[in-house]
Design a protein around this ligand. Structure first.
Ligand SMILES: Nc1nc2c(ncn2[C@@H]2O[C@H](COP(=O)(O)OP(=O)(O)OP(=O)(O)O)[C@@H](O)[C@H]2O)c(=O)[nH]1
Ligand SMILES: [Mg+2]
Length: 364
């Protein structure tokens, strides 16, 4: 699963990428610093892993990860090839969720491509480019479907109607995710087209250091502007957090964070938010060799969860032995959980719950 970072040029996208990932992207004070996309794998911070580590004392601990893609800045006309153009929109289409970075800090030394600080205007600029790109997709598809619809093909007529409502919505400046279409049609006709504005979005307000703990009026404006979008809004002092990332030791970084009034980096909050946005959750395996977080889509069954470890586990699935995270912590070890009769044996239909500690029985 991937999340893509979008925004105007020079708003701090690559700086954010650098806070999140160990892969280093070039960031500099000029628009279009990024040309080729930067891709990084990011650990998902999870305090439950630390608790399990204390109890189990394993040789190693492996957290869950998500992939983050940092692309070039978009400008007005990007959908028509303006700026660095269409190729970047292709990179976004391949992602599963969008982190939309909005500049919410004043600093005369950092160039703003549109000359002033106005996150709402910036958001609309980006939204419009993404919507225009999706409109292109709709129109192409509509051309094909129209012909089939004319011949009386019922399915094509249904699809044509859906495409027309997408077209009308997009032309009126509505993102695909907000256009009202029934669930079945969405699944059948909308999902396969991978619309950029259909992906879940989180707005990331890049604030200055003074606003690191409580935000600022720009953030409030953003919140108000997207109130009916059912989207997450978070704020983060991206530049400051990038400086903290540069510090050598954990202690130094903690001290810096405490000075700012933060108990953990905003980037940790952001990654957990992105994980949720991607509709993902975590189950654990806990043994002396390793304690590990595994990523599954919310609603996955036990065999599907087993398949994340190995396809053989899914094919040959017999049963799962499951301990809820709360029971594991309460009783303190697998043996004690068993003694207390709190270990469950679950079959193929079991829907895995976030935090379950699992063993799989299978044969191949
Ligand atoms: N004052 C301040 N400067 C920042 C902040 N975040 C980023 N910058 C600076 O803004 C400039 C642009 O940052 P980048 O991360 O390269 O911006 P970008 O969005 O990736 O830009 P493009 O790749 O050109 O689209 C750099 O000089 C950063 O150091 C911030 O929170 N505060
Ligand atoms: Mg960049």
């Amino acid at each position: 699963m991937k999340a893509g970072i979008v925004g105007l040029p020079n708003v701090g996208k690559s700086t954010l990428f650098n806070c999140l990932s160990n892969a280093k992207a070039q960031s500099a004070n000029f628009p279009f610093c990024t040309i080729e996309p930067n891709i990084g794998v990011v650990n998902v911070p999870d305090s439950r892993l630390e608790k399990l580590e204390e109890l189990v004392n394993p040789e190693r601990v492996l957290p869950a990860t998500v992939e983050i893609v940092d692309i070039a800045g978009l400008v007005k006309g990007a959908s028509k090839g303006e700026g660095l153009g269409n190729q970047f929109l292709g990179n976004i289409r391949e992602t599963d969720a969008i982190l939309h970075v909005l500049r919410c800090f004043d600093d005369d030394n950092i160039v703003h491509v549109d000359g002033s600080i106005d996150p709402i205007r910036d958001k609309e600029t980006i939204d419009m480019e993404l919507q225009l790109k999706d409109l292109e997709t709709v129109e192409k598809k509509l051309d094909k479907v129209k012909r089939a619809a004319k011949t009386g093909n019922k399915e094509a007529q249904k699809e044509e109607a859906v495409l027309l409502s997408l077209k009308n919505g997009l032309e009126a400046g509505t993102s695909v995710r907000a256009i009202s279409i029934d669930d079945d049609s969405r699944k059948e006709f909308v999902k396969p087209l991978q619309f950029i504005t259909d992906k879940p979005v989180m707005y990331v307000c890049n604030v200055d250091e003074a606003a690191a703990t409580s935000g600022n009026t720009y953030v409030e404006q953003v919140r108000a502007a997207v109130a009916n979008e059912n989207a997450e809004v978070i704020f983060l002092a991206v530049g400051t957090e990038a400086d903290i990332t540069e510090l050598d030791t954990y202690e130094e970084r903690q001290m810096f964070l405490e000075d700012l009034g933060l108990s953990e980096p905003g980037s940790a909050v952001l990654i957990r938010g992105a994980y949720k946005l991607l509709n993902l959750e975590t189950y654990f395996t806990a043994g002396v060799k390793e304690v590990r977080a595994w990523t599954i889509p919310i609603g996955a069954t036990a065999p599907q969860a087993a398949g994340v470890i190995h396809t053989d586990f899914e094919k040959g699935f017999i049963r799962a032995e499951v301990i809820s995270y709360a029971d594991y912590i309460h009783f303190g070890s697998e043996a004690k959980v068993k003694e207390a009769g709190k270990m469950r044996v679950e079959g193929k239909e079991y829907i895995v719950k976030d935090g379950d500690v699992m063993h799989f029985r299978f044969n191949v």
